[in-house]
Design a protein around this ligand. Structure first.
Ligand code: ATP
Ligand code: MG
Length: 347
């Protein structure tokens, strides 16, 4: 069986370090591994509109921003197909057919949908499109016969939903669709990177993000006001690591070899943690170190972004070509789906 990746992001803002840790960095590694027959990276504009119907300009303006983030992180259009969801109408058609295989009560039970409804304050006025977006995500994944979906752990219920749809479709009609597997980051803190406010998840919708393209000054400001241990008041007080966002980010991004350059009195992260929990180490020193660690990772990405930003039409053309390519693949799957469903009357 072929090994195929499909994953993507909503163009609701520029991408942040949570995306990078949870999925983007891994995608680039997988792309470079050469182990995959095809890699599809989708900018989910139709999905973004399900909870931003009144703000099309936001979605539109973030298409190129997300593409710039992709390419500056190392996603290479020669090796991965970068495309825009709405340019592939076959995905909508698949969604429509898959809807018959999913019950309303099943969608209501989806924990991600539940928490996102709460987060967005939809209460009883949930847009139907938003409520059913797990079905459209199943269409996105299966249209490309994806075997592997690199995501953060907030997406696990979506992959489970997609797997159920595949099983239901294949047993009802014919063995056309492939059951996908989620691929989570190996480093557990990266599965759901908290926001700078220490809240559950860094998320564009929560405004608690460090964006990949933030100005270094802005990044420093965000780090300096980051949530740590509220009981660690004086330097000599022992500090707690649990729930301490600065240490969570160090767990996500720090490499021990960086100590020699930026904090030579320690050899490794464990030594820094031991000092913090013992007492005698101030938050500011740890935060300055985190800034250096993060900039070590982000500086080359930001430099590439500056170059790419000089020619936005070229970036849009890459998405256009990728979308044409993606559409052909989805059309092939849709043909097979319609054949299996016995609705290919005029063939
Ligand atoms: P929105 O608030 O519009 O939903 P978002 O910040 O949650 O935006 P998405 O576009 O929904 O971002 O997520 C894209 C991908 O990035 C998904 O695979 C998701 O699991 C992953 N991801 C998003 N936020 C994080 C995070 N804080 N930690 C790890 N992975 C994340
Ligand atoms: Mg999200």
């Amino acid at each position: 069986m072929k090994k195929i990746i499909l994953t993507g992001d909503r163009p609701t803002g520029r991408l942040h370090v949570g995306h990078y840790a949870g999925s983007l960095k891994r995608r680039v590694e997988l792309q470079e591994s050469g182990e995959y027959d095809a890699i599809y990276i989708m900018i989910a504009d139709a999905q973004a509109l399900t909870d931003n119907a009144d703000n099309p300009e936001k979605v539109r303006s973030n298409i190129s921003e997300v593409a710039l983030d992709y390419m500056s992180c190392g996603l290479d259009p020669e090796k991965s197909t970068l495309f825009v969801q709405s340019y592939v109408p076959e995905l909508t058609e698949l969604t429509f057919y898959y809807s018959n295989l999913v019950t309303v009560s099943r969608l209501k039970r989806n924990p991600t949908v539940k928490s996102e409804i709460q987060l967005r304050g939809f209460n009883t006025s949930i847009p139907v499109g938003f409520f059913t977006y797990p079905i459209s995500q199943a269409a996105d994944i299966t249209a490309f016969k994806a075997t592997t979906v690199p995501v953060g752990d907030d997406q696990l219920p979506m992959i489970e939903q997609a797997r159920e749809i595949v099983r239901s479709f294949n047993s009802t009609y014919d063995e056309v669709l492939i059951e996908p597997d989620a691929l989570l980051p190996e480093n557990t803190v990266c599965m759901r990177l908290p926001g700078t406010d220490g809240k559950a998840k860094m998320s564009k919708s929560l405004g608690n993000c460090i964006y990949l393209s933030d100005d270094p000054k802005e990044i420093k400001k965000k780090i300096m006001s980051m949530f740590t241990d509220p009981d660690h008041i004086r330097i000599e007080d022992p500090g707690k690591l649990e729930g301490n966002t600065v240490f969570t980010y160090l767990d996500a991004f720090c490499k021990d070899e960086l100590f020699a350059e930026y904090l030579p009195e320690y050899n490794c992260l464990q030594e820094l943690k031991d000092h913090y929990t013992r007492g005698g180490l101030g938050d500011v020193k740890v935060k300055k170190f985190l800034y250096s660690v993060l900039m070590e990772e982000l500086s080359p990405i930001q430099a590439r972004r500056k170059e790419l930003e000089k020619d936005i039409p070229a970036v849009m053309e890459i998405l256009h070509q990728g979308s044409i390519q993606a559409q052909k693949v989805a059309a092939q799957t849709l043909d097979e789906v319609k054949h299996a469903m016995k609705i290919d009357y005029f063939k």
